[in-house]
Write a protein that binds this ligand. Sequence first.
Ligand SMILES: C[S@@+](CC[C@H](N)C(=O)[O-])C[C@H]1O[C@@H](n2cnc3c(N)ncnc32)[C@H](O)[C@@H]1O
Length: 332
Amino acid sequence: MTENKVIRLIQKLTSSIFENSINQVEAVKSIDEIFTHFQQITEISGYDHKIEHMAAIPAAKGKALGLNFAAQCLLDYNRTIKFLKAVVSVITEKQKKQPGKLIKIFYAGCGPFAPFITLIAPLFKPEEVQFSLLEINKNSVASAKKLIHSLNLSNHLKDFYTADAVTFKVPGAHSFDILISETLDAVLYRECYVPILFNLLPQFNKNIILIPENVLINLSFLTASKEELNAEEYEVGTILNVRESIAANSNTNLIPSQLPDKKIDLTSLNMNTYEKFVLDTKVHIHDTIWLSRNESSLTLPLEHKLTQPFKNNAFVFTYFMEPEMELKFRLE
Ligand SMILES: C[S@@+](CC[C@H](N)C(=O)[O-])C[C@H]1O[C@@H](n2cnc3c(N)ncnc32)[C@H](O)[C@@H]1O
């Protein structure tokens, strides 16, 4: 297949997603086909055993996903489809508000296939939308550059930085309209989304559109395993709201080593009726577009057994950014 045919395949997929004429089976087939072409063009399979393609890369805080896993993200179908839809929606909303204005996107953490330029740019002219990319992994940068060039998208690319988004100072930050950074995993474990936002958000205009716009971690209690029909779930609520946490720290330029404790009082609950607690990652991509429980690898729930008889009065959750990115809990 020639590159022009790949571009047409991309246009067909992205248009069907955007026009809501998407058929899930067809979309999965198109994404698989696009993945195969990207593998051929970049010579990155996403599954080889080279240690440098498997290893995570340490950032100033947290770790960047290894190149193979970053490539495989494209195949996280619901995630990819919803993010594509969000990015195209935001671009067209901006175009409606300010017709003729060049829309500038800063894409932090593009991976080897850079899908939020390679699958989006073919829908727009370079005079309409321009991308600046940043990626910590030099092999991903080389791969994404090759792909962008092969797909004739070089005119959409303004800058490409090989750098750590946790510390990078963005040249001309105020000129950007949209910031994309899908640099997270379920329960915000290990990857850099939170410190990246701590570093990047204050550099941009207040009204920058961030994709995903927020991540919440919610707590609930279960009477039995989720798979069991009679299991009952009690939703306690949000124990971590990333954007609120960042706004609460806006008086300092330093990225804190941990976020403030979140204490959940359990004294009004009959904790002996619950078998487990569950932590859900809810990814608010844009507007009404969310990724919820089990829709994607980013939103796999984390279950923990409760030790009975339960004798504690509170759960205390703390999100640490040092020495590792990790949500920890203790009982009081
Ligand atoms: C989850 S992958 C997503 C790749 C691609 N954007 C996609 O959606 O398929 C995250 C990418 O962000 C990069 N990344 C993670 N942390 C980073 C950091 N601190 N600075 C720059 N890039 C980072 C990783 O190397 C990886 O390529």
